[in-house]
Write a protein that binds this ligand. Sequence first.
Ligand SMILES: [Mg+2]
Length: 152
Amino acid sequence: MDLRTAVERANRELGENADTFKLLERARELVIGDRVAWADPLPVGHPGTKIVLDEVLAERLRQEQLRAAGKFLWTCADPTKPNSEKLAVLSEEFGEVAREVTELVIARDKFDARGSAVEVFNTLHGKAMANLRKELIQVAAVAVAWAEALKP
Ligand SMILES: [Mg+2]
């Protein structure tokens, strides 16, 4: 269930005068409930896992394309580069995940402050969730590149 639908449903369930925090909590439950139903159980080859792993692979290839194009001189797959520098790269990507989570908190707080500004919340929240997903894929791709440089 997408967030907009969840907020509308929570609004119907709790009524127009519902406390904003309770409304958001209910909407969150509806969204998460949907995700749990989608993801549970998690057999090998679960479609969601494959989709994400394909995206990590695409991101990994993009990194090498950027290196080839000269945007940066090496990737974490380079076995000659020190782990300390690779840790800095991974930390930078991890920091971007933190930034997107902060954007989600800001979106929630703005929604709280404006009460009925569902459109504002959906716009900010949707953008931040998409960015969060992208950054998590980048974290994974950097970790994959780094692991490639290490012997199995
Ligand atoms: Mg990033």
